[in-house]
Design a protein around this ligand. Structure first.
Ligand code: SAM
Length: 271
C-alpha cells in the first residue's frame, strides 16, 4: 500500500480547509455536535432555511444505523463491521452499539476527511476483547480500502459493510454501483450490506436545498430515487421491510408510525 501522506484523495494529503463547508462537519452541526466551523454553521443554516427537515433526516438516519447494528449483532451474529464514510464521532457510533452487545466485535472505520482523521482517536476506544481501527482512505479505491481493513478484520468471515450517507458523494450511479459490488464481492456468504441515503422524489424542498448546497463549494451530494438506492442491493437478499423510509425500518416500539421522510435505507444478506 502506498503512504496515505502522498495518496491523493486521503485526509493526510489535505489540510483542514475552514474556508469551505464540509459534509462531515455540517452533518455534525445538524446532529447537534461541536466539531464544526462558522462556514459549516452558515451552510447548515442556509440549508435548514430552505429545508428544516434535514435535521430530522440526519437524526433518523443515525437511529436507523443503530437499529441495523443492533439487529446484526443480536440476531445475525455479526462481529465484524466495515463502516465507510464514518463521519465525525457522535452518539452511538458503530463500535459503541456493537460492543455494548458483543464486546468482542471488531470495527474498521474509513473516511477521507482531515477533520475526521483528527478526531479518529475518539473512534478508537474499544473493549479489551474487541478492536476498532481507523483507516484514512478513499471509497473510490475499494481494493485499497479492503486491503487496509484486512489488517483488523478477517475478511474470510461474515462482515457487515456500512455505507451510511456516503454514496451520494459518488455522482455517477454506475460507478457507485460498481464500488458497492466490488466491496461486497470481497466478502463471504453471510455478510451484510447496510445502506441509507437521501432520497429524491419525496420533498421538493429537500431537492432545492441540496441544489443550493451543491453550489456552495462543498463536495456535491447527489440524492437518488428509491429505485436507484434499491439497485445497490442487487444480488443480495433484502431483509423485511426492504428499502423504506429509515423511520419505517423496524422502528422502535415507541415510534411505530413515524412519518415517511426523504431518507431511505435497507439491510441485505449476501447469499
Ligand atoms: C454525510 S457524512 C455521513 C456520516 C455518517 N456515516 C452518518 O451517516 O452519520 C459523509 C461522510 O463521508 C465521508 N466521505 C465523503 N467522500 C468520501 C470518500 N470519497 N471516501 C471516504 N469517505 C468519504 C465524509 O468525509 C463524511 O464523513
Amino acid at each position: 500500500m502506498s503512504d496515505p501522506e502522498t495518496t491523493p484523495g486521503t485526509a493526510a494529503h489535505q489540510k483542514i480547509d475552514t474556508s469551505v463547508p464540509h459534509s462531515a462537519r455540517i452533518w455534525n452541526y445538524w446532529l447537534g455536535g461541536k466539531d464544526n466551523y462558522p462556514v459549516d454553521e452558515e451552510a447548515g443554516d442556509a440549508y435548514t432555511d430552505v429545508f428544516p427537515g434535514i435535521v430530522t433526516i440526519a437524526r433518523s438516519s443515525r437511529a436507523f444505523l443503530r437499529r441495523n447494528i443492533t439487529y446484526l449483532v443480536s440476531e445475525a451474529g455479526i462481529r465484524q463491521f466495515l463502516d465507510i464514510g464514518t463521519g465525525l464521532p457522535t452518539a452511538d457510533n458503530t463500535h459503541e452499539v456493537a460492543q455494548r452487545i458483543a464486546p468482542e466485535s471488531r470495527i474498521v472505520y474509513v473516511d477521507n476527511d482531515p477533520m475526521v482523521l483528527a478526531h479518529a482517536r475518539a473512534l478508537l476506544y474499544s473493549t479489551s476483547e474487541g478492536a476498532t481501527a481507523y483507516v484514512d482512505s478513499n471509497v473510490l479505491d475499494p481494493e485499497r480500502v479492503l486491503a487496509a481493513a484486512a489488517k483488523t478484520l478477517d475478511l474470510s468471515r461474515p462482515t457487515a459493510l456500512i455505507l451510511s450517507n456516503i454514496l451520494g458523494h459518488i455522482a455517477d450511479h454506475d460507478e457507485a454501483r460498481s464500488i458497492v459490488k466490488r466491496l461486497m464481492d470481497a466478502l463471504p456468504s453471510g455478510s451484510y450490506l447496510s445502506i441509507n441515503d437521501g432520497s429524491r422524489g419525496f420533498d421538493p424542498g429537500f431537492e432545492q436545498a441540496q441544489d443550493g448546497y451543491n453550489k456552495s463549494g462543498a463536495v456535491p451530494y447527489n440524492l437518488r430515487t428509491v429505485e436507484e438506492i434499491t439497485s445497490f442491493f442487487d444480488g443480495l437478499e433484502l431483509l423485511e421491510p426492504g428499502v423504506v423510509s429509515v423511520t419505517r425500518w423496524r422502528p422502535d416500539a415507541d415510534a411505530p408510525d413515524a412519518p415517511v421522510i426523504a431518507e431511505h435505507g435497507g439491510l441485505a444478506r449476501k447469499p
